[in-house]
Design a protein around this ligand. Sequence first.
Ligand SMILES: C[S@@+](CC[C@H](N)C(=O)[O-])C[C@H]1O[C@@H](n2cnc3c(N)ncnc32)[C@H](O)[C@@H]1O
Length: 347
Amino acid sequence: MKQDLLITISNSLEKSNLIEIRKDFSGLLSSIETNKSKNIVLGNGFASIQKEFLLGEINQILETHTIERTKYYIKRLKKSLTETKHNKINDLNLNRWKEYDDIITDSLWILNKRDNSGAHHAGYWGNFIPQIPNQLLRRYTKKGEWVLDPFLGSGTTLIEAQRLGRNAVGIELSRKALDQTKKNIAKEENPNNVKLEFINSDSASVDLKSTLSILDIKSFQFQIFHPPYWDIIKFSDSKSDLSNTKSIEDFLKGFGKVLDNCLPHLDKKRYAVVVISDKYSCGEWIPLGFYVMQEFLKRGMILKSTIVKNFEETTAKRNQKELWRYRALAGGFYVFKHEYIFIFQKK
Ligand SMILES: C[S@@+](CC[C@H](N)C(=O)[O-])C[C@H]1O[C@@H](n2cnc3c(N)ncnc32)[C@H](O)[C@@H]1O
């Protein structure tokens, strides 16, 4: 297939008759259309190409009316098949950007079905859905790089990192949660020989310098923070647990200490992300998300995006839907349906 494709492309670039070029590409189109697989496999070190992408590109060539424009699209197709274009923060081939149709680029994320594959499970109250780290790791890291998750919980980030070939360090204050998470992740295969490091400690004070030196690395290329949403869920009895802070000021101070401990070990120009929601308390909407965002800005991080993500509906929430709707109508407020993912870049 590759040979046909590249020969047709090269020959067509030599031709000056639009009708002839169209005939060649129509032939190519029908042969691709009859191919049953979703991906067209190219040999000799070429990655496979999505059939849909190829069909789209060829249709664009066929729909064009001038020879100049037709050749422009043919050259673009040739480039996407034979050359790669990367930026410094991920492995996406920008010459084939149309193929990444599952990578979200809008700031509103509606994710309804949790990925429950392998070691992923919804059993850890307060964990995020795997699609969050999956999307972010593919956008902000390359294979073989190092990721830090200072609020490991059930290890959703580390499971995704391992699957995607990224090394990762996870820090978790609760020994019980950490042991369970370690055991659970051990069930997953590790085809990319990824290194995962589990640390039972307080992320505000853990000695990351020695962690880095033990791992024989200089820094992290991505950091993802998913702290407790203040006291909405109590994770443990520990005083250092951010879910046990007595006031919003103490929570932010504690979270700030985690940032002061972690952000210095993030490479310049690389990204850090926080997943957080607001909170409703005593008739007042507390903009926890925006306060937390400020903590990053105070430390000189650049805000790159604010993503609003829906809360998936759990059975418990579904059962209480009517009650909350009534309360909202009676009390003059809106029912929480979203959380935030703030994306930052280090200067
Ligand atoms: C919202 S959960 C993270 C869930 C995780 N993203 C997942 O998908 O499972 C927050 C976690 O931070 C932990 N934690 C709270 N304070 C901490 C601290 N000071 N240092 C490290 N971990 C802490 C809690 O025990 C809890 O597991």
